[in-house]
Design a protein around this ligand. Structure first.
Ligand SMILES: [Fe+2]
Length: 204
């Protein structure tokens, strides 16, 4: 797999380009406005972008969706609860095929009601659900600390410790991190009851 993390300095967003070397097909996750850079990276790596997938529909992530789709013919993919314009919807457990790459959709609401994480090979793209050293905020419209608790503690932390977490923003002391390291060191993932977590998020 070709996998490129692109830092977009303005809001410290991360965009991602992932491609299947065999077929040359690729997907972009959260263009974050970096359309020109993504197009030239795709060209440099001989990749044809067929999907633009959003981890959620906040505009810092979706910015550039249509410019990229129009330039490449790619289809825009979001969770079925997303209200933003898109071509295709996905839900928990769906698998998006990009050539021989299989991208598994894990529904992880909490930061927003349409938030998904994406599992591809040994990489876990967590959008604004989980950052290096932090978790997503839940005080925006559609946010829910109860849902974020379930997404983090019933879904993400149950995955393999060896997965590498690739977040939606560069908020940590490194751009990506092992899930097992985050379980031990991320203060938001300390063992808490749901009530304790909801209180913790309200204080934060
Ligand atoms: Fe967000």
């Amino acid at each position: 797999m070709i996998f490129i993390q692109v830092l977009v300095e303005t809001l410290r967003n991360f965009a991602y380009l992932m491609g299947d070397e065999k077929t040359g097909l690729a997907a972009v996750v959260d263009p974050a406005g970096a359309v020109d850079r993504i197009l030239s990276l795709a060209q440099d790596n001989g990749l044809k972008i067929i999907y633009v997938i959003n981890t959620h529909s906040h505009s810092d992530h979706t910015s550039g969706n249509w410019e990229l789709a129009n330039a490449t013919g790619a289809k825009i993919v979001m969770h079925k609860k997303a209200r933003a314009p898109k071509h295709l919807v996905v839900e928990d457990g769906d698998v998006i095929s990009v050539g021989e790459l299989k991208i598994k959709v894990i529904y992880t609401p909490g930061h927003s009601s349409d938030a998904i994480s994406l599992l591809v090979e040994d990489k876990l793209l967590t959008g604004d659900t989980l950052f290096v050293g932090e978790c997503g905020r839940t005080d925006l419209p559609g946010g829910s600390s109860e849902e974020l608790y379930d997404s983090l503690f019933s879904k993400l932390v149950k995955l393999d410790d060896e997965l590498e977490v690739y977040p939606g923003h560069d908020y940590g002391d490194k751009p990506h991190s092992k899930l097992g390291y985050e379980k031990k060191n991320n203060y938001t993932l300390k063992p808490r009851s749901k009530d304790e977590f909801v209180k913790f998020m309200a204080e934060d």
